[in-house]
Design a protein around this ligand. Structure first.
Ligand code: UDP
Ligand code: MG
Length: 337
């Protein structure tokens, strides 16, 4: 099989209303380049007709490749599998709901040809999303930018083009709680951005309810920053300082105002509860990091592939880490590896 120039990777979770148009728009744009391409669709355990639609496309056009997960593993994991199986000289990540206009890929290609290895798309404007989502997203990107050690560009999603050199590095990064836009920044190389207007979802609803968004935000913070752990030192300093100040203040008040001053049980109870709340909060934060250490040491495969279409069973990874296989294909499990 000859290597296609471009691989377009789209994660699919209940996107039956978007798949036909996604294929049409992507093939139109990609055909206009005059170069070879493939479209890798990762079915992330959809419960609607998405897998059937993907299979139909794969039969009709062998440039369409299908990866079918054994269950829903989540957006970032689906994208990871797409990256593992893609074989293009440049790999483009795109959402399946047409919020990311495929036409922007042409601009990314231009930059790639000018020598950039990562071209990310910056959301200059977002359409058709709730005020709450816009505001939380804006806040999220700014907090992440401030407290992480890698410079993750503001207002960028996963919509990006990556050179195969970057892709090869990403394939070796098998961390379990994944924040792919952070991981691509971490890799380095020559990076640049193109602006675009993020459209409203073509069909269906967002697959990111608030709970999933929070989880995603935590993965970003814990994956790229020690800030929540380090901030404890300031609180310990503050409380230590307050403790030292209260001794002379209470002594002084008792001398001047009488023995009974500050003798109340109520104060003690309130302070005790307040301090317990603080301590439990920080224990929770530590727990978040510990749970992630547990995920890494247990080192389960990142995903389980039930089967594929127009693709070899195994992804393009030669992983030299310790631990278990970084992926699992149900049919070939226990045969090699
Ligand atoms: N997605 C997925 N698995 C999930 C949730 C989402 O593969 O568990 C896919 C989804 O089909 C879409 C992309 O990830 O192609 C982005 O999801 P969505 O559009 O719901 O997120 P939003 O744009 O609202 O942040
Ligand atoms: Mg979307």
């Amino acid at each position: 099989m000859t290597q296609p120039t471009y691989s377009i990777v789209a994660p699919i979770y209940n996107e039956e209303g978007n798949i036909p148009l996604l294929y049409d728009r992507i093939s139109q744009v990609m055909n206009s380049t005059g170069e070879s391409w493939e479209l890798v669709l990762v079915n992330d355990g959809s419960k609607d007709r998405s897998p059937e639609l993907i299979r139909e496309l794969c039969e009709k056009d062998n440039r369409v490749k299908g990866i079918f997960f054994a269950r829903n593993f989540g957006h970032q994991i689906a994208v990871t599998a797409g990256i593992d199986y893609a074989s293009g000289r440049a790999v483009v990540l795109i959402d399946a709901d047409l919020q990311d206009p495929p036409e922007v890929i042409l601009e990314m290609i231009e930059r790639w040809k000018a020598g950039y290895e990562v071209v990310y798309a910056v959301r200059a404007e977002r359409r058709g999303e709730s005020k709450f989502k816009l505001w939380t997203a804006k806040l999220f990107y700014r907090i992440i930018y401030r407290i992480t050690d890698v410079n993750i560009p503001l207002d960028t999603g996963d919509f990006r083009l990556m050179d195969e050199r970057v892709v090869r590095v990403l394939r070796q990064m098998r961390e379990h709680n994944r924040f792919i836009r952070g991981m691509t920044s971490w890799v380095g190389f020559k990076q640049t951005g193109v602006n675009y207007i993020r459209e409203a979802r073509y069909s269906g609803e967002t697959k990111y309810p608030f709970r999933k968004m929070l989880r995603f935000a935590w993965d970003a913070v814990t994956g790229f920053s020690y800030f929540p752990l380090q901030v404890m030192i300031y609180f310990s300093g503050l409380f230590g300082f307050l403790a030292m100040m209260t001794v002379p203040i209470i002594a002084l008040l008792r001398i001047t105002q009488g023995e009974e001053f500050f003798g109340g049980q109520a104060t003690t109870i309130v302070l005790l509860l307040l301090m317990s709340a603080f301590q439990l909060f920080f224990l929770f934060i530590m727990g978040q990091y510990v749970a992630r250490i547990y995920d890494e040491t247990r080192d389960r495969p990142l995903y389980v592939v039930a089967n594929t279409a127009n693709l070899p069973d195994k992804p393009n990874i030669s992983y030299r880490g310790q631990g278990h296989s970084p992926y699992l294909v149900a049919d070939t499990a226990n045969i090699d590896e």
